[in-house]
Design a protein around this ligand. Structure first.
Ligand code: DGJ
Length: 729
């Protein structure tokens, strides 16, 4: 009897003791937002809240508004609903049950703090650390996870999300971005109904061509530009991703984001640590516009390379000459862009391969030697010519790829992603294949190719890094039979390692991420690349829609936007040069055409356009962006503006998208100005059709411009107007 009593005592007393330890509230805080958790050592760690700062956080518990959901829900005990983590332990057991060990917050500097939550499984030596990095001024939180174990045998990870947010919502909507080649980043806004909505990609390489790992979740109704609570999230990963939103219970959306685990299960050896990519989050209680500005500012301050350095105006040779590169044509293009006031010339595809000259897309990738028929004197005279003309020189490469007809493939057929017992499916040009970046020898080859090119030609200032294939023929000779499923992820770990190595040895080289256009538009890439090629579609009207989508998550400084020929090569559409400039100027302006084809009048306009852009570039590239009238609203107009941080300068852009606008010219209200300042409005970048802007050269208060607006006069389709605002106080 006594003995039984002792057992009861032993079982109950520790429980009672633990029950007495109160739950602690932990918060991850930014200037205007807060993510709140609760838990106690050896207890469950719970997500409670993410939103505007609620004041006294202790009220969350008593109000019942807190989610009280596990912060990182795992599969195996509770098996319903979507989970963040699913594993098979070394002994075959499929469950994980996590408890709190400790929470530590470190102040990294005045603006950044890092919270680390250490969780453990109570039956296995299996650990999960959750990280939340808060950027105070920008209202951004990065969330990621680290998984490790000390089991006596490998553990298989089947699900390994970066972040989980179970957020309250009574009318959830999402804004996401869908596309295709030459049609990327179209904005889709839809109501989330009961069930699971997943945005994902499994291309392996060109992962943002169809969807983008970025969503805005509007909590209480249709997404609006300046109103409403919303959470914006984007995954900083270069490979396959998956963002799911499960509306499975009334008034809650369970958001899970991370690497797409399809065909990617990972075998984790004892002591291995697997770190997931960061999911970048911001919360806005003033609609999409504020969320975009939070992320854009954060990007310039922390996430992208040289976020505060102006980007050069360039000419890219692709649409001007395609593969038909000759020394004479390159000299001509260098001279022309220099005389137009450009600052950089980029020689695109078609300059390499000798055994197999690159005359089309069927051969030569991998043979990165100058074709001596096209460029008999190599690169040196081109670089020299550019420098003599006062501009810089850049070059196109597609380092991760190889053609079947190439010396590289003849030498190293096993470097390609393939399966040795099946015919390899070929990509672009009926001939392209992907090199296996999980292979350290391939990583070295890619690094050395670029390193040697840059060492031999120190005048190369810019690389356009292209990637026109995806992962097919899933198979790697580098990975052991039991770890073939690591390829999707190890490809990217290898690529990132190579890029990091390059960044360290060539810190000044500017690199553009391109993948058949906008196939690499993500913060995963922007750690290594200065900018992205937004789309192979350079039609200014199409670009207005695509660029509108892009602005939801990426600042103008990253968005390469080029003025091309009319009729446009992709759409056949004829659009006035001014409109083409006015669209391209809202990003990183460039040209993509044969300047020799411009008439004298067009050439003159382009020269002035480039000069104008250079004078407004700091406001565009470093300013806050405000979307005013969406082209997706189909009211015939699109309009946006940029405002400098000090609010002393601003740029307003408006576009007429269809006929008949004369009769319904809207007054457009400006945003982001200082209500108390006086601004002079001056129409800039005018052509012979410009004029009739009533407010030209007149002074107005910020208050008036934001409350009453301005009336712009854009007769006919494809007319546009750019207005510069300067503080006159
Ligand atoms: C695809 C890119 O998106 C284009 O801009 C161009 O560089 C071609 N590749 C060259 O092959």
């Amino acid at each position: 009897m006594k003995f039984v009593g002792a057992i009861v005592f032993l079982l109950i007393i520790p429980h009672l003791l633990r029950a007495e330890v109160p739950e602690v509230t932990y918060s991850v805080e930014t200037q205007n937002t807060m993510m709140v958790f609760s838990g106690k050592p050896d207890g469950k760690f719970l997500f409670q809240y993410y939103g505007a700062k609620p004041g006294d956080v202790s009220q969350i518990e008593k109000s019942g508004i807190g989610a009280r959901m596990e912060a990182y829900p795992t599969f195996g005990i509770e098996c319903r609903e979507e989970k963040t983590l699913q594993v098979t332990h070394a002994d075959g057991n499929m469950s994980v049950d996590l408890y709190l060990n400790s929470v530590e917050t470190t102040k990294i500097d005045d603006n950044i703090s890092l919270t680390k939550v250490m969780l453990f499984d109570n039956k296995y030596p299996f650990l999960v650390n959750l990280y939340y990095k808060a950027y105070y001024k920008e209202d951004v939180i990065e969330a990621w996870t680290e998984i490790s174990h000390q089991e006596n045998g490998p553990v298989t990870l089947y699900k390994f999300a970066s972040a989980y947010l179970p957020v309250r919502s009574f009318d959830p909507w999402i804004t996401h971005f869908h596309g295709n080649w030459a049609d990327e980043f179209n904005m889709i806004e839809e109501k989330l109904d009961w069930g699971l909505k997943t945005i994902k990609n499994r291309e392996g390489i060109r992962t943002t061509q169809t969807d983008n790992p970025s969503i805005m979740l509007s909590l209480d109704g249709k997404p609006l530009e300046d109103q409403g609570d919303l959470i914006a999230g984007t995954l900083a990963w270069t490979g396959n991703y998956k963002i799911s939103m499960d509306v499975s219970q009334k008034n809650r959306v369970n958001l899970i984001a991370g690497i797409n685990e399809d065909a990617s299960q990972r075998i984790l050896e004892k002591g291995d640590v697997f770190q997931t990519p960061a999911f970048i989050l911001t919360f806005s209680n003033a609609g999409k516009g504020k969320a975009s500005r939070n992320i854009q500012r954060w990007a310039r301050n922390y996430a992208i390379i040289d976020g505060h350095k102006e980007r050069a105006v360039l000419l890219n040779s692709w649409e001007g000459v395609y593969f038909d590169i000759t020394e004479e044509k390159m000299f001509g293009m260098i001279d022309d862009i220099a005389s137009l006031g450009g600052e950089l010339f980029v020689m695109d595809d078609g300059w390499f391969g000798n055994k197999y000259p690159r005359i089309d897309d069927q051969t030569s990738l991998g043979d990165w030697n100058v074709n001596l028929q096209k460029l008999p004197n190599g690169l040196a005279p081109l670089i020299k010519r550019a420098n003599e003309k006062g501009i810089r020189f850049g070059i196109w490469l597609e380092p991760e790829m190889v053609n079947k007809k190439s010396e590289l493939f003849e030498k190293h057929p096993d470097w390609v992603i393939h399966q040795s017992n099946r015919e390899t499916v070929l990509g672009r040009g009926g001939s392209q294949m992907t090199l296996d970046m999980s292979n350290p020898k391939v990583q070295d080859y890619v690094y050395n190719t670029i390193h040697n090119l840059l060492v031999l030609n120190p005048g190369i200032a810019y690389i356009k890094w292209d990637a026109n294939h995806y992962i097919s023929n899933m198979g790697s000779v580098t990975l052991p039979a039991g770890k073939q499923s690591h390829l999707y992820i190890d490809y990217h770990l290898g690529l990132q390692k190579t890029l990091q190595r390059l960044r360290e040895s060539h810190p000044n080289i500017v690199i553009q991420a391109c993948a058949s256009g906008g196939g690499r538009v993500s913060y995963g890439y922007l750690k290594y690349f200065h900018e992205f090629w937004t789309s192979d579609n350079t039609d200014a009207l199409s670009r207005l829609y695509m660029q509108w989508g892009t602005t939801h998550f990426f600042p103008a400084i990253n968005m390469a936007s080029h003025v091309s020929a009319s009729p446009n090569h992709q759409s056949g559409r004829m659009i006035p040069l001014k409109f083409r400039f006015d669209v391209a100027m809202t990003g990183r302006l460039g040209m993509e055409m044969q300047p020799k084809d411009l008439t004298a009048e067009e050439s003159d306009f382009s020269k002035k356009g480039i000069e104008t852009y250079k004078s407004i570039r700091p406001v565009i590239q470093f300013g806050d962006q405000f979307r005013l009238v969406s082209p997706y609203d189909k009211c015939g107009v699109a309009s946006l503006m940029y405002v400098s941080e000090k609010k002393d300068r601003a740029l307003f852009f408006a576009y007429n998208l269809d006929e008949n606008l004369t009769y319904r010219n809207p007054a457009i209200k400006l945003k982001g100005l200082d209500a108390t300042k006086n601004y002079r409005l001056v129409e800039i970048n005018k052509d012979k059709h410009s004029g009739g802007f009533a407010a030209d050269n007149k002074v107005f208060t910020g208050e008036f411009l934001m409350n009453a607006g301005i009336q712009v006069n854009m007769r006919e389709a494809y007319r546009s107007i750019v207005i510069e605002l300067s503080d006159v106080d």
